[in-house]
Ligand binder design. Structure first.
Ligand code: GDP
Ligand code: IMO
Ligand code: MG
Length: 426
């Protein structure tokens, strides 16, 4: 058996949570492979809405095992908050969730360091989610991190203290010395670490590979998006993990030859939260309309999402890097009432037309080259079968498939689980 991977092709918030939930009944195991509580994955069904941050989006279906993989960074405090809120809604995670002992822990001082780093950058700040993601992955790669499994070791308290002292020295160097709330944060964090021990802490790489040997089906859930990948995204305005399909190999211990289908998710338009380049961003009424109709506000921070037309230069790059086998188009309904739909097919940089994503999209002026297509002017929220889709919409899909060379196999026409069209070519 092979694992399938589902990931974002843009700058995050493409709708990964919703589709993982829709596809979960086809799988036995759902596993997150990177990122942390910077993610906000929204699911809607039976009139209720849930936002998941560290917990995989397969927990609401029945019978699947959900795994937080080694590539994830976990904040015990936010995890406890999320798990307890779910328990209130009737989901007992202790039965369906397993956590890798190799996942790295986000410490209270990682969050403080995240804020201190951002303050030190001033106008050049990344606009992080403030969850301590960068400092935690930095400690991981500099071999200073603490892992979930370390909480079971006798020297955990000393190692925690050493990490904290190191972080305090780093913050002093950044000119941040007031940490009056740290004792309280720390107390809360240590209690949450105790709470973590109620869960099944496992060697998830063995668990997943054994599951594959037994013929079980595994879906790997990405967080963020390809343009936020630390290697291939719009660096330095990125997150600190590999969000691309290769991240599923390192983030779960799955060998490259065990990757099956790669589901690449994108919005029928494009959004971004935080700072950094966004070639097709709209600053006019059209962008505002996308934000209003699509409710484009961050699931974690509530920040306004920047909106613009779909960028096929960036998408083509994402399809290449990830080896996408299936495209999934989200939020098509948001464009239902637009007269014209634009798709960026190339960039004009210094008079030259560029169709491959270049190294620098930050310090140069980019003029997007658009192809205009007629809008479908039909409400699609209630449609459940592809035969009922308006022709101008299927023409838009066919245009994207031709440009990207990969079929669109699932369409989403609303936030609810039911508002999903699985096409015949799936
Ligand atoms: P994720 O981080 O990729 O899981 O995406 P988010 O949950 O951050 O953002 C996607 C938002 O769009 C959420 O509010 C979803 O409820 C909503 N959504 C998902 N699919 C659709 C869709 O097809 N149409 C509309 N209108 N909203 C959608
Ligand atoms: P999901 O999984 C959208 C963005 C932040 C910031 C940059 C770095 O819901 O799609 P970080 O806190 O990771 O150091 O911030 O990345 N970012 C996201 N944007 N969706 C996300 O996750 C994001 N996670 C991080 O806004 O620009
Ligand atoms: Mg999100």
């Amino acid at each position: 058996m092979k694992v399938d991977v589902l990931l974002g092709l843009q700058w995050g918030d493409e709708g990964k949570g919703k589709v993982v939930d829709v596809l979960t009944p086809r799988y036995d195991v759902v596993a997150r492979f990177q990122g942390g509580p910077n993610a906000g994955h929204t699911l809607e069904f039976e009139g209720k809405k849930y936002v998941l941050r560290s917990i995989p989006s397969g927990i609401f279906q029945h019978g699947q095992v959900n795994i937080i993989g080694n590539g994830v960074v976990l904040d015990p405090v936010l995890f406890r908050e999320e798990a307890e809120a779910l328990r209130q809604s009737g989901v007992d995670l202790t039965k369906v969730l397993k956590i890798s002992k190799k996942a790295h822990l986000i410490l209270p001082t990682h969050r403080l360091l995240d804020a201190a780093n951002e303050a030190a950058k001033g106008a050049a700040k990344i606009g992080t989610t403030g969850k301590g993601i960068g400092p935690t992955y930095t400690d991981k790669t500099s071999r200073n991190g603490l892992r979930v499994g370390d909480t079971l070791m006798p020297d955990f308290a000393q190692r925690y203290e050493a990490a904290k002292q190191r972080h305090l020295r780093q913050m002093e160097a950044l000119g941040t010395t007031n940490h009056s709330n740290l004792p309280e944060l720390e107390k809360n964090w240590l209690e949450a670490v105790e709470y973590l021990r109620n869960y099944d802490l496992i060697d998830s790489e063995h668990y997943i590979n054994n599951a594959l040997k037994e013929g079980k089906k595994v879906l790997c859930e990405g967080a963020q998006g390809t343009m936020l990948d630390v290697d291939f995204g719009s660096y330095p305005f990125v997150t600190s993990s590999n969000t691309v399909s290769a991240g599923a190999c390192t983030g779960l211990g799955v060998a490259p030859n065990k990757i099956g289908r790669v589901f690449g998710i994108f919005k029928a338009y494009c959004t971004r939260v935080g700072s950094g380049p966004f070639p097709t961003e709209l600053f006019d009424e059209t962008g505002k309309r996308m934000r209003d109709i699509g409710h484009e506000y961050g699931a974690v921070t509530g920040r306004e999402r920047r909106c613009g037309w779909v960028d096929l230069v960036a998408l083509k790059y994402a399809v290449m890097i990830n080896g996408v086998t299936d495209l999934i188009m989200m939020k098509s309904d948001v464009l239902d009432d637009f007269d014209t739909i634009r798709a960026c097919v190339a960039y004009k940089i210094n008079g030259e037309t560029v169709s491959e994503l270049p190294f620098d999209i930050q310090s140069v002026d980019i003029e997007p080259v658009y192809v205009d297509l007629p809008g479908w002017k039909t409400p699609m929220n209630q449609l459940s079968d592809e035969s009922a889709l308006p022709k101008n919409f299927t023409d838009y899909i066919a245009f994207i498939e031709k440009e990207l060379g990969v079929p669109v196999t699932i369409l989403s026409v609303g936030p609810d689980r039911e508002q999903t069209i699985v096409r015949k070519n799936f």
